[in-house]
Every structure is written in C-alpha cells, then in structure tokens.
Unconditional design. Structure first.
Length: 328
C-alpha cells in the first residue's frame, strides 16, 4: 500500500546508504523551476528516504520547505530493492557500482522468491508470459517456469526486468553480476582506478581468487587476446610459469598486431589475384613505395637478409609441411 502526502523536507531522514548525495543537481533545479516536481520522493513509514535524494537536494537548494512524498509500507527487502531500482534507472552509475547494485538486487529477488510464495508466483507468471510471447526457438528446450530452481528463476527474471528499464542486454547484466561476484577486492580496486578494463576483468575472473591476486600486477597493460593466453597458461602451468612466458617476449602485442595486419593483407591480395586484378593509377606508386619500405623493415626485424628469397621461402614451406605431417 502506498499513499501520497506532503511533508517538511527537514523531517526526511537521509539514512539510506543507497542515496546518491553530493552530485550536481543544477540541471534538475532548472527543470523543477520550469515545470515543477514531476515525481514525488519516496519514504517509508519512518520518513527514511528510499528514493529521490537528488530531487530532495534540488528542492533544498531552491529554498523549498515542503514536498510531496509517496509513503510506502513494505518490508526491508522490498525497500532496499526500491532504492537500488531508483539508482539503476535514474542515474548512470560507474561500472563497479552498477555491478554491486545488480548483484545485491538479484540476491534480494532470490531471497524474496524463497520466502514469499506470492513473489515467486509472480516471477513464474512473468516467465511463462515471456515464453508465450517469445520468437520461435528462443526458449526451445527450456524447462517450464515452475520447474526452474529459485536461483535460475530469480536471476533470469531479474535480468529481464533490468534489461527493460536500462536498455542493457540480459547477457550484459548477467555478466556484470558475475564480475561482481567473482572479482577479488584488489581487482575491483584496479578497475575503479582505471587500470583494468571490463574486457580484461572478464578474462581475469576465470581464475581463482588466489590466482587473480598473483597475476594482477602483471596484466594491466595486456590486451584481451594476450590475457586469454595468460589465463590459459595459468590454468595449465600455474601463475609463475604463465608470468615468465608472458614476459619472455616483451613486444608480443606488437608482433600479434603486425601478424593480424599481414593475415588481412594476404586475404585481400589473394582475392585480387584470383580475380586477375592489377593495380593501376596513382595508388600503385604509393603501394610500391610502402611495399619496398615494408620489405626493408621486415628484413630488419626478422633479422634475416634472405627472408624474402624464393629459396628461403621454399625451405620454410618444406619445413612447415614436415612439422605438420602426421606421425607414422
């Protein structure tokens, strides 16, 4: 049950840890001055503010003494969920804060579904409706809603709710909760400092907490593809050996990038050759210039003067075939 009433701003208690205080509300002040307060603040029966801290601050800055509020009579879990929801849809959060809020909200969904049959039945009905309205194949082979365990039901229906409100995909939301759940405190701190990206974190959390702590000082400047290999090495050979391998070739990133460009160039030239295309016009001179410079650079960094000779290439091809030939 919820009622709307007007109360004194000074009577509202700012004791909710989810309130976003100290943010810039100048734009909101202009909006309130122009069209008034559109959405009332939300408080509980003890006048503790559950949602609307920025609106409260803007009203105070403008000299208002009273404001309309919606007073809700819900249990502590529903109140916490309401506060989290306000943050997720009203104001963009930084990544780690978003992940923390998402995981906590999912835990509340699960707890409510475990102890509140009506809440669980609501999730089941929402799931059933989604399955009925889904495109062909989306839920192919899926279990009936009532047969799902509480963890799966709560996670998937919560992700769907947030997806509808935030515009994020369900996969992004589930991955964000996984990052919060599996990241060590040190990894979270590194992300807050901007030393580790979301994509890097997605690879690092595949490791155990102990492995994450050991590997973290060595991977902040690594690409995602490099991290994939490091994580694979950690799983097969341990952290120490993975670190040693990753440091044995200090320019591995540049080498990999160069190899990618060369592979792409090869595919393009192979297609042009098959089509019988010959380069003509002004671009030909530019290509010849860069080709000769590239050839000189490659001979230099490969440390092989004869690397482009037919004899050498023939030997390389022969060696490659021998190394890949099946054993008798």
């Amino acid at each position: 049950m919820a009622t709307i009433e007007t109360i004194n701003l000074d009577d509202i208690k700012m004791e909710n840890p989810y309130l976003r205080l100290g943010t810039d509300v100048s734009t909101l002040e202009k909006s309130i001055e122009t069209i008034g307060l559109i959405a009332p603040l939300i408080v509980n029966t003890d006048n503790i503010l559950l949602a609307g801290a920025r609106r409260w601050q803007a009203l105070k800055n403008l000299g208002h003494t009273e404001c309309p509020v919606i007073r809700v009579e819900k249990d502590s879990l529903h109140q916490e969920l309401l506060s989290i929801d306000e943050n997720l849809v009203r104001k963009a959060l930084n990544s780690t804060e978003m992940e923390q809020h998402l995981l906590r909200a999912k835990e509340i969904y699960r707890e409510l579904a475990q102890k509140d049959e009506m809440f669980k039945e609501t999730l089941i009905q929402k799931r059933r409706l989604r399955m009925e309205q889904a495109s062909d194949g989306e839920f192919e082979g899926a279990e009936a809603p009532e047969e799902l365990d509480v963890e799966t039901l709560a996670t998937e229906e919560f992700a769907n709710e947030v997806s509808l409100k935030s515009g994020l995909s369900q996969r992004q939301i589930i991955k964000a909760m996984e990052r919060e759940e599996k990241s060590t405190p040190s990894l979270k701190d590194a992300r807050k400092r901007g030393e580790i990206s979301v994509s890097q974190a997605n690879e690092i959390i595949r490791l155990t907490p102990e492995e994450q702590e050991e590997i973290l000082p060595y991977v902040s400047d690594r690409t995602v593809s490099e991290l994939k290999k490091i994580v694979k090495d950690v799983k097969s050979s341990g952290v120490a050996e993975a670190i040693e391998r990753s440091q044995s070739q200090p320019h591995a990133r540049e080498f990999n990038e160069l190899l990618k460009v060369m592979k792409k160039s090869f595919k393009i030239t192979e297609a042009l050759k098959l089509e019988g295309v010959h380069i003509q016009g002004p671009v030909r001179q530019d290509m010849l210039k860069f080709w000769h410079e590239l050839k000189n650079n490659m001979e230099e960094i490969l440390d092989e003067d004869s690397v482009f000779t037919p004899e050498y290439l023939g030997q390389e091809a022969s060696s490659s075939q021998e190394s890949t030939a099946p054993m008798n």
